[in-house]
Design a protein around this ligand. Structure first.
Ligand SMILES: NC(=O)c1ccc[n+]([C@@H]2O[C@H](COP(=O)([O-])OP(=O)(O)OC[C@H]3O[C@@H](n4cnc5c(N)ncnc54)[C@H](O)[C@@H]3O)[C@@H](O)[C@H]2O)c1
Ligand SMILES: [Zn+2]
Ligand SMILES: [Zn+2]
Length: 368
């Protein structure tokens, strides 16, 4: 079939919205008609050419939600008409990692996905017979996509898809970091560094876990106002003195849980140093620049602070994304407040510009 898609033709160039061919789903693959897709930093990062593992041409986009339009012959768990959220982090439920509660890093299709192929090592996307690679296993800057069913979370049909799509990446990453990676305890003290999509998600997750104090730190006042809306009990303007302030305002001890959601390694260090002696857990969500390292004084670890990282919020996507969507429907998560701009697929490059200017939290592409 013919689809419209935003193609990264060459690094550093605007995406080209054009017509492509999309082949039918095979085996356990599913054809999804996209209804909405968020524009995320990772798309822009790959488009810039800075990501050493990037490739072109490819169809970007990984924050999608839509409706199943057709299923391959071996599909078990999805049917035509199901509402789905795309998962760049799949859940096969069979590999060693999926069977362990300790991680969400499914290994079933990782290798081919990283190379831009579907699990059988081929693509369904092409143009005049030339294969075009899939991005993050999703390629959702498109009217339609074909994906393995293990990378699709079936969600309530009652959820508006423009809100559901935000659970495909940023929002789940932050909420999950607090709920599933750190497992924030009731009554505890939390400090979140960064109030973008991920940091605000961590604020939400800490609130859902009933933290006692939720401090959010950012450089922008309007983002701190959003943090208060989503559940921060205190907000601070960030900068050099933040660790000292965190210690001073916690009786000299530091926070039970800290979260880093900026991608800046100096802030990661602050998150470690602001964690409490004895048991403080610092969770890193941000993606640092190539070659950058995190500096930690080992004594901080000997005296009981712990450091961990979180990919997709530690969420097992097919099981846990639908649960978050249900909590959104129950009124516990104000997802709509994260949508700052609604744009068309043809405006995807403007979506990048808005993000570059830090104008709003999320632009969401709507497909008519
Ligand atoms: N781990 C994952 O699976 C995953 C998934 C998605 C995104 N990410 C990463 O998470 C990070 C955050 O993503 P986002 O979409 O929220 O980004 P964003 O740019 O919208 O938000 C970052 C925020 O950090 C703030 N900030 C910058 N410097 C600061 C400082 N010194 N102190 C306090 N705040 C500061 C900025 O003002 C901004 O509000 C990025 O690095 C992104 O690549 C990780
Ligand atoms: Zn993303
Ligand atoms: Zn798996």
């Amino acid at each position: 079939m013919k689809i419209r898609a935003a193609v990264l033709e060459q690094f550093g160039q605007p995406l080209n919205v054009t017509e492509l061919d999309l082949a039918e789903p095979r085996g356990r693959e599913v054809l999804v008609r996209l209804a909405a897709c968020g524009v995320c930093h990772t798309d822009m990062y790959t488009a810039s050419g800075v990501d050493p593992s990037g490739y072109a041409p490819t169809v970007l986009g990984h924050e999608g939600a839509g409706v199943v339009e057709a299923v391959g012959p071996d599909v078990r768990d999805l049917a035509v008409g199901d509402h789905v959220v795309t998962l760049f982090s799949p859940q096969c439920r069979e590999c060693e990692h999926c069977r362990s509660p300790k991680t969400n890093l499914c290994t079933a299709i990782r290798e081919q996905q990283n190379l831009g192929f579907l699990p059988d090592g081929t693509t369904r996307l092409s143009r005049e017979g030339e294969p075009i690679r899939h991005f993050m296993g999703t390629s959702t800057f498109a009217t339609h996509t074909v994906m393995p069913e293990i990378a699709l979370a079936k969600v309530s049909p009652e959820a508006p898809l423009e809100a559901a799509c935000l659970f495909a990446c940023g929002l789940s990453t932050g909420i999950g970091a607090a709920m599933h990676t750190a497992k924030v305890e009731e009554g505890s003290t939390v400090v979140v560094f960064g109030a973008g999509m991920v940091g605000l998600g961590a604020v939400v997750g800490a609130r859902l876990r009933k933290a006692g104090r939720i401090v959010c730190v950012d450089l922008a006042e309007e983002r701190l106002a959003m943090a208060r809306h989503h559940g921060a009990t205190e907000t601070w303007l960030g900068g050099e003195g933040t660790v000292e302030r965190a210690l001073a305002e916690t009786g000299g001890m530091g926070a039970d849980y800290t979260f880093e959601a900026t991608g800046n390694v100096a802030v990661m260090r602050q998150a470690v140093e602001a964690a409490r002696m004895g048991w403080g857990l610092a969770t890193m969500c941000g993606v640092a620049g190539k070659g950058e390292t995190l500096d930690i004084v080992p004594r901080l670890l000997i005296t009981g602070r712990r450091v961990c990282g979180s990919s997709f919020g530690g969420m097992k996507g097919r099981d846990q994304v639908p649960q978050l969507v249900d909590r959104y429907l129950a009124g516990e998560i104000d997802v709509d407040a994260f949508i700052s701009h609604r744009i068309a697929l043809d405006q995807v490059n403007e979506g990048f510009e808005l993000m570059h200017r830090q104008d709003g939290i999320r632009s969401v592409i709507g497909f008519a």
